[in-house]
Design a protein around this ligand. Sequence first.
Ligand SMILES: *Cc1c(COP(=O)(O)O)cnc(C)c1O
Length: 475
Amino acid sequence: MSSIDSSLQPSLERTQELREALSGIRQRVAIAAASSRQPTLVAVSKYKPASDILACFEQSHLDFGENYVQELVDKASLLPREIRWHFIGTLQSNKAKTLASIPNLHCIQTLTSTKAASALNKALPTERASPLHVLLQVNTSGEDNKSGLPPLGPDTDIASTELSQLATFIVKECPKLRLEGLMTIGSLEQSLNASKSEKNLDFEKLRETSQHLADYLTKEHGDGQWGHEATGKLLLSMGMSSDFEAALKSGSDIVRVGTGVTYPGWQPYNTPTGQTSIERPYSTYDPIMSATASTMACNDNGQASAAQLSASVPAGSQITAKWSQWTHAEGPVTVYMAKCNGSCTSSNSNSLKWFKISETGLKSGTVGAGKWGLGDVMATLSYTATIPASLAAGEYLIRHELLALHQANTPQWYPECAQLTVTGGGGKTPSGSYLVSFPGAYSASDPSININIYADPAKSQTTYKVPGPAVWNGQ
Ligand SMILES: *Cc1c(COP(=O)(O)O)cnc(C)c1O
């Protein structure tokens, strides 16, 4: 790897971590795929440094997926030419030229328009050794926030659909493109239901769509000019971290696996009807101003939503909470969990016992002018905590609390909760003084709560005790 800048070399520790993660995913893919098939595992590397990709490449991994054109261009210029890049982000036809200039761009999985197809076909250099593979993205779940063309059903007049017209356009008019198959994302709801052993209807829909499209293409154009070069079949790209095993059972040929699953949050200003989220409902962005408010647990009456979901996570995993906006830099961030009595969906958060798994209070400087956990949240709009690896498996609530201290003696709490099903783990749960109730854990007279960060003492105070119990150490 002499052509690679040494700064691209990952640390030994990171290499080890990635090697384990990659081999774990490869094993799960091999187990879930029927023995006769060898699906392609695309490692989704968006937001990851080039050194991570290099570490996986050195484990003989060649297929990587990226969502952003400039990020892909930058990484491709640094990394080995043997890599097969898959573009899986939203494709704008004005970016086609930039993408086409990447010599080892292997596949575009998100094609949805003849305009983009035509721009790619025009921009691809004639010296490319093989056509660029393209997959057409299908919006199987019909959600507004997902791109893709509508799927085909038994009653569809196929010749009149955008999907068949785009496929025909590529086969007939784009010699530098090879129509290799179809791609879908599918809904989170289907993904979570399917993990409870029902069929994922979005994946079934993509498979059905591909059969209709293949029949149509055979009839219109014969075989040979489309599909996988070796088998002539249309390939299916479906399945991500949360659902690739279900996708492989539905016949997926390409799975796209990143490092995690993103779950949309509760939308307090939309109607609760029909909202599906792992987050517990809450109704306002306004802060809670009393240390003993009845809403202190989860900023609501303590109940689950009508269509409450839970995320399944192994003990020891990292959970990153994300905020779309945050404006106060002074105060602590705290993460609690509570074991539900059996089902979380039927548990009231006000009756649970909570324990702390993470906190970030005053990080440096003084109470009056230092750096706080909330400053990090403001800068990154996120906070990452680790579920203790020793925690017993079971259903839990997780509670992220921002405590804003920017108004003298006027603490402002912003708690939010989500439901988790923890798997694996070491069978341990905290007890005794680690456990608190909400309301109950906080008192208005606590000097960390009734605090004036602009008063004279705060100008020299360099310690701050985050309210609530000690962080449980997992023992
Ligand atoms: C990010 C992304 C993935 C990977 O998602 P994970 O949940 O991290 O596995 C797969 N497909 C597409 C289209 C993506 O944008």
